[in-house]
Design a protein around this ligand. Structure first.
Ligand code: FES
Ligand code: FES
Length: 160
């Protein structure tokens, strides 16, 4: 099948890309556009390392054909990161030692962003639920939960 042109918003900018049918958003981001914050893990929707925001919702980009985001608003970790400094969620992950190998971290931060945008005051249980699709093999999860709690406090003006 022939390649086709797909247009969508990526990290605040309109983009137009030429893709082969069923190219995944993950592959496009990493291999065509060089946006490697979105990781490649299982490629089966099971690990969450490839999580991006589509219209503010956390989605696994390894299962998402690029055609499906035509006209949509996609944000990757690169798009969350300010030109200088760190997003409060990134800062909290550093502060709480929620990063070891870092492979899960992009997806965790993006999933946490979706949670905090929808629910600025999440309970511990709600954080655990929101991150339940994201697997971490290193941290034991507790520092990650603490980081999201600290980020919520920071973003709500309570300080870390
Ligand atoms: S690489 Fe997409 S969920 Fe694992
Ligand atoms: S920090 Fe290594 S997988 Fe989470």
């Amino acid at each position: 099948m022939a390649s086709k042109i797909v247009s969508f918003k990526l990290n605040g900018r309109e983009v137009e890309v030429m893709v082969k049918p069923l190219t995944t958003l993950q592959a496009l981001l990493r291999e065509q556009l060089g946006l490697t914050a979105t990781k490649t893990g299982c490629k089966q929707g099971g690990c969450g390392s490839c999580t991006v925001l589509v219209n503010g919702e956390a989605m696994t980009s390894c299962l998402l054909p690029v055609e499906n985001v035509a006209g949509q608003d996609v944000t990757t970790l690169e798009g969350l990161t300010p030109l200088e400094g760190l997003h409060p969620i990134q800062a909290a992950f550093l502060d709480k030692f929620a990063v070891q190998c870092g492979y899960c971290t992009s997806g965790m931060i993006v999933a946490a962003k979706a949670l905090l945008d929808h629910n600025p005051h999440p309970s511990r249980e709600e954080i655990v639920e929101a991150l339940s699709g994201n697997i971490c093999r290193c941290t034991g999860y507790e520092p990650i939960i603490q980081a999201v709690q600290a980020a919520a406090d920071s973003m709500n003006g309570k300080g870390a």
